[in-house]
Structures are given as C-alpha cells and as structure tokens.
Ligand binder design. Structure first.
Ligand SMILES: Nc1ncnc2c1ncn2[C@@H]1O[C@H](COP(=O)(O)OP(=O)(O)OP(=O)(O)O)[C@@H](O)[C@H]1O
Length: 335
C-alpha cells in the first residue's frame, strides 16, 4: 500500500521555492492499477518520484507498506528501490548493451549469482514476448519492443510495485494497446501494484482501476475509473474525458438546439449495456426517441454505454422511471 499524507513538494528555483505539488492525501491499494492524469506541468512525475524517493517530499509523508520513505537510510533506500520497478517514456535502455544484458543489469547490481542470472533473463524475456531478440541492441528494436525490454528490466528484481512514467506516450496507438495489455497481464498474474501517469484518458480507461486527476499541482478529483470517467465533475476531468470520447461539445450543442423534447444522457454499466432497453421503454411509455450521440465500449473489463437521447411525446416521467428501475444512470441535460 502507498499512502500520501499531506505530501507536498516544491523545487528551489532561482533562490525561491516554486510549488509543484500542493499538500495532498491519496491511498493506492496493493494489487490495483492506479492512474494519475494531468496536463504537462501538473505534477504527475513529481508525485510518482516521491514514491521511490527519487524526489523527497517538502512537507507531509509518503508511506510505502507503512514505512515513511523519508526515514530510510542508504540500505533501506536500496531495498525500497528493489521493491519498486520503474519504466519511462523514452525507455532509458543502455545502448551499448544487448537486450539480455540490459535485463541482466539490475540482477548483477543486486548481486544475483551468475548461474541464476541467465535463467531469470530468459524467463523475463519470455514474459514480455522477446525471447528471440535477446542478442539485439536497443537501436535494432521498435519502440514497443524497447518498452518491453524496459518492462522486463523493471521486473528483474521481483518488485511489488511498478511505476510507469508516460510509458506509452512515445508509442503509436496499436503498440500502446499491446503494451497496456502486457501491463494488465502483469498486474493480474503477478499481483503487482501498478501506478501509471499519463495525459491520455484512454490509457486510464483501458487499464486502471482507480484514477486521480492532477491540475496545477492539486488533486482535483479521484475515484474508481467507472465513476470518474462516466461522471466527471471537475472541468479538467471533463475536458480529458471529452478528448478521449472524441466528443465535439460545440457540435453536440448545435444538434441539441435542433431537436425538440427532453434531452437525457443515459449511462449503462455492466451486463445491462447489451439489453434492448430503449425499445422496450419507448413502447411502454409511448415516447419517441432520437439518439444524438453515443458510444459503447469498455472501462478495463467492464462494458459501458453512454447515449445522449431526446424524448418526444408519450409519458416521459414513466420512461425516466423505467430507465432508473433498470439501473441506468439518467442525467437530464435539458428539460
Ligand atoms: N527538478 C526540478 N526543478 C525545478 N522545477 C521542477 C523540477 N521538476 C519539476 N519541476 C516543476 O514542477 C512542476 C511539475 O512538474 P512535473 O514534471 O512533476 O509535471 P508533469 O505533470 O509530470 O509534467 P510533464 O507531463 O510535462 O512531465 C512544473 O512546473 C515543473 O517545471
């Protein structure tokens, strides 16, 4: 478990303290995939680097499994960093070493007996799907393959926590999807806690269980991804979601102005997403409906649907009650 207790950070710049993170409280539970989203400069990297004490908190405390990381001596810090792997946007591989030697490096630093190193490297390369690339150099690999080497290297010492610093930001969408799938499998099969930072809501949607939104050094919203993604409250969160949904708010408002009736945003989560509810409600309540916008997708493993519809005629109250009774979240956009 990772806990931030009123943890803050400021950097000394040009003789004065520039705040990067305001005092914040946050708990990340063991075994979850936790996402931190924010724009450039919001403080994401700073927050991540407080966990393995690459940065030290200026105020408050950061606890990893109950230990305040500020109290660790050099030995304790080495132990902490062995339990926390990290991967980076630009991979940070050693260009003069082969794939196998990159993965072996942290094992050698940790004093692993030579005889065990090569078996462990083979096992790690198999896990990330690179068994046949062991003797290549980083320059001979694609971005996705480089990140897989980064992941194998981060897992070498058997950490319990994996920190991902914009790990997919330099990758194309298809490669991003496959690296995120790999991370999800590592979380599921090895039970690792994963903390990832990103500026893309889509990354959060695909792999995270919970999310925290940072804005100018402040924690402005956090919760389960199903909650934050489907019902964002803070304007910054709303913008991230609209971006991920490729939603043009201006266009939607023009469409809304062109139709009559009440306008609702219906959110279906879980199995109900696939039920033929709209037709049944329309028949029973006598309303006509018009779909203005909609999407059916998944948040990690949970299917969801979100539809913006206008209702005309019939018994609208009865329709609203029927949606609610079916477990659909109803938000009235226009009465
Ligand atoms: N070593 C440093 N010295 C001085 N200021 C820093 C340092 N590192 C970060 N900052 C400042 O702290 C603030 C937060 O930076 P941070 O890198 O944590 O944000 P971020 O959300 O990770 O941004 P990005 O996505 O661009 O990496 C920024 O204003 C940044 O300029």
């Amino acid at each position: 478990m990772i806990a931030f207790e009123q943890a803050s950070k400021s950097y000394r710049v040009g003789g004065h303290e520039a705040p990067a993170l305001q005092a914040l409280d946050l708990r990340i539970e063991a075994g979850e995939v936790f996402g931190i989203i924010g724009h450039s400069g919001a403080g994401k990297s700073t927050l991540l680097r407080l966990i393995n004490r690459l940065e030290s908190a200026s105020g408050g405390r950061v606890l990893v499994d109950g230990t305040d990381v500020a109290t660790l001596d050099a030995d304790g810090l080495r132990g902490l960093r062995r339990r926390i792997g990290m991967i980076f946007q630009h991979f940070n591989l050693l260009s003069s070493k082969t794939v196998a030697a990159n993965v072996a490096f942290p094992l050698e630093l940790a004093g692993t007996p030579r005889a065990q190193v090569s078996a462990r490297v083979d096992e790690l390369l198999a896990r990330v799907g690179l068994s046949d690339q062991a003797h290549k150099y980083p320059a001979q690999l694609s971005g996705g393959q480089k990140q897989r080497v980064g992941i194998a290297r981060a897992l070498a010492t058997g950490p319990k926590i994996l920190l991902c610093d914009e790990a997919t930001s330099a990758l194309d969408p298809q490669t991003t999807a496959s690296v995120l799938q790999l991370l999800a499998g590592i979380n599921r099969e090895l039970g690792l806690t994963i903390v990832l930072i990103t500026h893309e809501m889509d990354v959060i949607r695909r792999v995270c269980d919970r999310v925290a939104v940072l804005d100018a050094g402040a924690l402005v919203e956090s919760g389960p991804v199903t909650e934050v993604f489907l019902h964002p409250r803070h304007p910054t969160t709303r913008r991230f979601v609209a971006e991920a949904e490729h939603l043009d708010e201006g266009e939607l408002h023009r469409d809304m102005a062109a139709v009559s009736g009440r306008i609702l945003r219906l959110t279906f989560v879980g199995g109900g997403t696939y039920e033929p509810l709209l037709g049944r409600v329309a028949r029973e309540s006598g309303v006509d409906y018009n779909i203005l916008a909609g999407r059916i997708d998944r948040i990690k493993d949970t299917p969801y649907g979100q539809l913006t519809v206008s209702l005309v005629g019939g018994d609208a109250e009865r329709a609203l009650a029927a949606f609610a009774a079916a477990g659909v979240h109803v938000e009235e956009v226009r009465r």
